[in-house]
Design a protein around this ligand. Structure first.
Ligand SMILES: [Zn+2]
Ligand SMILES: [Zn+2]
Length: 308
């Protein structure tokens, strides 16, 4: 069975995605309520019963829903978060219940394995929500020799060559295309919010996201990437056709399926097979380098909304 990837919600009003191998699922973020999550899961042929773990990028309110946390505690779903996320989570009863049940696991700068057998490599991002991470996730389907590699990166003001190195040869890349710079600058938002969104700790513009895609493609084997998913599009300061056109310009004629995930509804399932073209996605990429991640940010990581 191929790996199932579904963006359940994407944008400043809530984020959640599903990665599922044969019957076992991992949530990336849970920024919508448990009933809405159940409906979105059902729309892609899954349910809460399939979720064995959740992986948190950061504690902004569009990535963490208090009631979803309680539902996870009730269902004994393990939570993978960074130690620095504690400040943003500890006021939530669901988080305390998960801790009491021994279901809170901390990730740092090293790759780790989830109970679903997925290998997760945290990638430190630059954002004003406290410690914030993207991920390279490798999941094996059935008896396939090669894993499927997924890259997931949103809520970051900029990206680095090291991040691009670590996304080399992913089969599917989900990357933030948050805003069009002109629409952001000419919006009726406060100057402070505009500056924040355009700044180094805000969100990637369409052009920044496209440059990251180009950097990953330049490092990857031909044919490695088969899906590109645009994430966290601003409803006020972006338009799907602008984001898609910007992405298309760097994809050129490559055979890569292009998708723009929206706030609602869930994006239809993407099914990712292991690549049969002689490339091993578990093989370290030639230029992947050592990173410094896991240092809790000095700034507060309180949970607040992320008006992107
Ligand atoms: Zn966000
Ligand atoms: Zn955020």
């Amino acid at each position: 069975m191929p790996i199932q990837f579904a963006v359940l919600a994407s944008g400043s009003r809530g984020n959640a995605s599903l990665v599922r191998t044969e019957g076992v699922g991992l949530l990336i973020d849970f920024g919508i309520g448990p009933r809405a999550l159940a409906q979105r899961l059902e729309s892609v042929g899954a349910s809460w019963d399939h979720i064995s773990a959740a992986l948190l990028t950061h504690t902004h309110g569009d990535h963490v829903d208090e009631h979803a946390l309680r539902n996870m505690a009730r269902r004994k779903i393990a939570l993978y978060c960074h130690e620095g996320h504690r400040r943003g989570l500890e006021s939530f009863e669901g988080f305390r219940e998960l801790e009491q049940s021994g279901l809170v696991r901390h990730y740092g700068d090293q790759p780790f394995l989830t109970p679903a057998g997925m290998r997760v490599e945290p990638l430190e991002l630059s954002h004003d929500g406290g410690p914030t991470f993207g991920f390279r996730i490798e999941a094996r389907s059935g008896r396939a020799k090669r894993p499927v590699a997924l890259g997931y990166l949103a809520d970051t003001g900029h990206w680095t060559e090291t991040i691009a190195d670590n996304l080399t040869d992913v089969d599917l890349l989900g990357v933030e295309f948050n805003h069009d710079v002109e629409l952001q600058k000419t919006s009726r938002r406060s100057p402070a919010l505009i500056a924040r969104n355009l700044g180094d700790k805000g969100h990637l513009s369409n052009e920044q996201g496209a440059r990251l895609v180009a950097a990953v493609l330049s490092r990857s084997s031909p044919g490695a990437m088969r899906h590109l998913v645009l994430l966290h599009l601003s409803e006020q300061c972006n338009r799907p056709h602008i984001a898609l056109d910007t992405a298309r310009a760097v994809l050129r004629n490559r055979r890569i399926d292009l998708h723009a995930a929206l706030q609602s509804p869930a994006h239809p399932n993407l099914w990712v097979e292991p690549n049969r073209r002689g490339r091993s996605s578990s093989k370290p990429a030639p230029k992947r380098s050592k990173r410094q991640v896991g240092t809790p940010a000095a700034e507060p990581s309180f949970l607040f909304s992320d008006a992107s």
